[in-house]
Design a protein around this ligand. Structure first.
Ligand SMILES: [Mn+2]
Length: 309
């Protein structure tokens, strides 16, 4: 019997990696044979946590062809799979996005709940069944919750995330400054890292016939970055727009210490759309929003706006 593959979208972030690793542990401790694997390149933040705590990397795969049954964590739309996972093989989906495509996965049971991290949903399976969690998984999942909720400051944060985090930290025992160290580690965008990071973390959506692309950075020092390198950022966005033939592209820059967003967009059409959808005012290419909002929260708002308009 082939094991069940537990994976996430291609080039996963920390939430996806943590969720896949912990979910595979959960299945193995509950009578199933499972293996965690990731397709593509994990985000730097995921590598940072794996490396820092010397946690073994999950299997690295080119695609999911060697597996018949797949559990998908932190993903529920086809775009993110990049054609590398047959949607018919997916037997279960655990995700926390409002915007999903469950119809594309005819054989999947789905748990979609709007908590801060998909990893929270995995932690709850351990908590509810009384299954012990390894220290490695506890660290990964807790770090993913901290990251996804912007250290519990993002408006995506729910009590379920806080409860799971408290339970996980009994095992993970993370230092209280860990969140800042993790966020500082991903704030180094010197030189080419800026372009690499933007290009490794954008997400595309087809919304009402428009091709929309949202790039996102979550860093400490967002204002300084804009002061120093805004023209470069606009150039990177424009490159992506031309290469992918997009209608709309913008950067959602999350400033982790000040707790605000900077939205960066060129062109009156995109700026007007964002002003209407997110209740912000652009000054040139940049708008500031005082309440933290993440891409996964922006997508359903844009969808509503574009569909209504
Ligand atoms: Mn997630």
């Amino acid at each position: 019997m082939k094991p069940i593959l537990v994976t996430c979208y291609v080039d996963p972030d920390l939430d996806g990696v943590a969720g896949a690793v912990a979910c595979s542990e959960f299945l193995n401790k509950n009578g199933k044979q499972a293996v965690a694997g990731i397709i593509g390149e994990p985000h730097d933040e995921a590598k940072y946590v794996l490396d820092r705590f010397a946690i073994p990397y999950p299997l690295r795969l080119q695609n999911a062809d060697g597996y018949d049954e797949i559990v998908l964590v932190d993903a529920s739309d086809l775009n993110g799979l990049e054609g590398k996972i047959d949607p018919k093989k997916i037997v279960e989906i655990i995700d926390h996005r409002k915007f999903h495509e469950l119809k594309a996965f005819p054989n999947a049971q789905a748990q979609i709940e709007l908590v801060g991290a998909a990893a929270t949903l995995v932690a709850e399976r351990f908590m509810q069944s009384g299954t012990a969690i390894s220290k490695e998984s506890a660290i990964l999942v807790l770090a993913a919750i901290i990251s996804n909720t912007l250290n519990f400051k993002g408006t995506v944060t729910t009590d379920r995330d806080r409860d799971a985090a408290a339970w996980l930290n009994e095992t993970a025992q993370l230092d209280k400054n860990f969140w800042k160290e993790m966020f500082e580690a991903k704030s180094d965008l010197s030189g080419q890292k800026l372009a690499e990071r933007i290009k490794s973390d954008y997400a595309s959506f087809d919304i009402n016939g428009k091709k929309v692309n949202i790039a996102q950075l979550e860093i400490i020092g967002g204002k300084k970055l804009l002061d120093e390198r805004k023209p470069e950022i606009l150039e990177i966005l424009d490159q992506i727009k031309r290469q992918s033939v997009l209608d709309i592209i913008f950067l959602n820059l999350i400033e982790l210490e000040e707790g605000k967003n900077y939205l960066v967009a060129e062109g009156p059409e995109t700026r007007q759309l964002l002003e209407k959808t997110l209740d912000v005012r652009f000054d040139g290419d940049v708008a500031v929003r005082d309440e933290l909002i993440m891409r996964k929260q922006i997508v359903p708002l844009l969808k509503a706006e574009l569909t209504a308009g």
